[in-house]
Design a binder for this molecule. Sequence first.
Ligand SMILES: Nc1ncnc2c1ncn2[C@@H]1O[C@H](COP(=O)(O)OP(=O)(O)OP(=O)(O)O)[C@@H](O)[C@H]1O
Ligand SMILES: [Mg+2]
Length: 259
Amino acid sequence: MPLVELTGVSKVFHSQSGPIQALTDCNVVVDEGEFLCIVGPSGCGKSTLLNIIAGLETPDSGSVLVKSKPVTGPGPDRMVMFQEAALFPWLNVIQNVAFGLKMAGMGRKERRERAVALLAMVKLSVFSRSWIHELSGGMKQRVALASALAHDPGILLMDEPFAALDAQMRDQLHVELESIWQKTGKTILFVTHNVREAVRLGTRVLLMTARDGRIKREYPIGLPRHRQLEDIDLVKIASVIRDDLRQEVIQSNKREYIV
Ligand SMILES: Nc1ncnc2c1ncn2[C@@H]1O[C@H](COP(=O)(O)OP(=O)(O)OP(=O)(O)O)[C@@H](O)[C@H]1O
Ligand SMILES: [Mg+2]
């Protein structure tokens, strides 16, 4: 039984410049425990796809099932992480991680224990009393990850979570996220502009088309873990996908010119 199943999903936005076909007939099946990376040119519909699975947007047509049940809105089984960490600046690190649990009615002792364990998992134990403004970008993303994991969601939806970080911090977070994924068995859907990042982390990479938001191709990634960004096989696969992506951008620019 697939964990997430999108069938014939389409979405049009009505903007000031006219209708925008954000997604067209998207069919995606994600199995439990997969690490699915989604790449595609800017504006191709990646975030829209993720937001529809998160229940933050509704499709115009098609069906979105999680564990065979239609998605009708956001839920604690699907946690979202964005490029900028969405944190509460008036709470310290551990209070941020425990906040959702408090809202869910979990007792003080239990949520504290849980938050302490999560902060250890994201390697932030020493900073548990720090304020958010005292943290680096990478540390903020770790707090966001711990907060998302607090609800023990089956599915993590990550929208370019490391795009704003420097290369070294990104590298470190790749290692940590991979280890958390392996330890917890979560299913991860991860949007990125960075093809090498996708090949490093993904069990599969989906490439979307430039203009109308279709799934163009999928690349299963069978490389052994733990992958390094410089691995020769990884670089080769990434360059095939990048060429495919480049063609997509060229085609889309041509179509724009003709229109
Ligand atoms: N709320 C909205 N109202 C109008 N148009 C929207 C809205 N959200 C997205 N769009 C449009 O839908 C298309 C797909 O947007 P989306 O944000 O999903 O792209 P993306 O692939 O995530 O882009 P990026 O890589 O730049 O983040 C874009 O053309 C965008 O302008
Ligand atoms: Mg986006």
